[in-house]
Ligand binder design. Sequence first.
Ligand SMILES: Nc1ncnc2c1ncn2[C@@H]1O[C@H](COP(=O)(O)OP(=O)(O)OP(=O)(O)O)[C@@H](O)[C@H]1O
Ligand SMILES: [Mg+2]
Length: 393
Amino acid sequence: MTNSRIAAIDVGNDSLKGIFGKLESEMNIPNVIARDIEDRPIIGIEELDKQDPLDGLHIRVHSPALQDNNAIYRVGNLATKSNNSTELDPGSSKSEEDQTLVMLFASLALDAAEQDSLFKKNNNVIEANYTLGTGLPLREVKEGKDVGYRSKLLGSVHQVEFLVTPRHQGIKVNIKFDEVKVYPEGFAAFINLVMDNNGNIINKDLIDKRILIQDIGGLSTDIAVIKNRKVDDDKAQGFNLGVSESLEMIREEIRSKYGIELDSRRDVVEIITKKNDRNHIMVKGSRTSVHEIVDRILVELAKKQYRHLRNMWQKNSQTEICYFIGGGSSVLKEYIKTLNNNLDGYNIDFFEDENESIWMMANAYYKLIADFSRKNQKQDHKREDEKKLAKTK
Ligand SMILES: Nc1ncnc2c1ncn2[C@@H]1O[C@H](COP(=O)(O)OP(=O)(O)OP(=O)(O)O)[C@@H](O)[C@H]1O
Ligand SMILES: [Mg+2]
């Protein structure tokens, strides 16, 4: 397996997180796509190339794995600005949506185009080989959907053609997978907690404990139950409740009360999590508190999340600790801690660094796929050594 680049990709409902190669590049793309019905205006090449490719992902995707083959999409930031953009519906199945594949292929193609010296290139066509680690919600793995998803990816070559995209216009990337591993999301989080980047166990204390992992994302919350170093499929639960809706409500109240138009949910997150002057905005040049709005809305969500926790703990009474992960957990951290102190006092833990919380899955897939790839190479070497030995006999 020469020249197979490692890719670890978490296609979250809110955003895709990707880690590539030897940990040298990372990518975060909002999970938004828009089918192109009108042509994207041709932009002067000089003007276009000044932009960041991440702000102008405009692609045609050709793959037998897609229901809609050969369609043109705007992806990520560019799609956000489009009025027919689609975000994943919380009730849908990640493994069965074209959107999941379009996001996945777009990120891989962008990585390949930026690292084209690693691959064979003929004219404008890059032949990109990847070893992919990715995941699906526990629910879908439970239904066996990971098998079909994996074979769809492995079974063919997927082509991404960059259209009006900064720096890569006219480039085609043929993506081929040498190996694909599809991990259940909850299990992956557990792995990240107990394993380092070299496949060593780092948390001996934790590994045999019974733990819960509550992953609060943009649109959904998943609670995994870990026992005997395995996820208990039957106990895991998922809810269509994330933090995006509350962030949207805060944004709307700030707009109606102060006439301040925040560009995105990301701006709201910035206001409510920044170290200095948290929960304050400038209104006509005056520093203004939005504490009341933020508290009211987030306490409401924290209560709902806490109810789920309580429910799970009741059903799994021998649980020793619950970890809160995902972007939603960093937003709700203080609220959930306060509720817990005043109510049941469960043994719960959060991650200090919000990036650690958000990148938990992608990091886990990286550890798992890198470990797999290392072992595979060892196997290959061993086989070669054996062959050599056999010859010398
Ligand atoms: N530092 C941060 N950077 C980006 N988003 C953040 C940050 N802190 C909190 N968030 C918020 O957390 C949410 C995203 O969380 P996360 O990335 O865990 O979701 P996801 O995994 O994409 O979605 P899901 O788990 O529903 O599939 C967003 O609503 C985002 O606004
Ligand atoms: Mg997630």
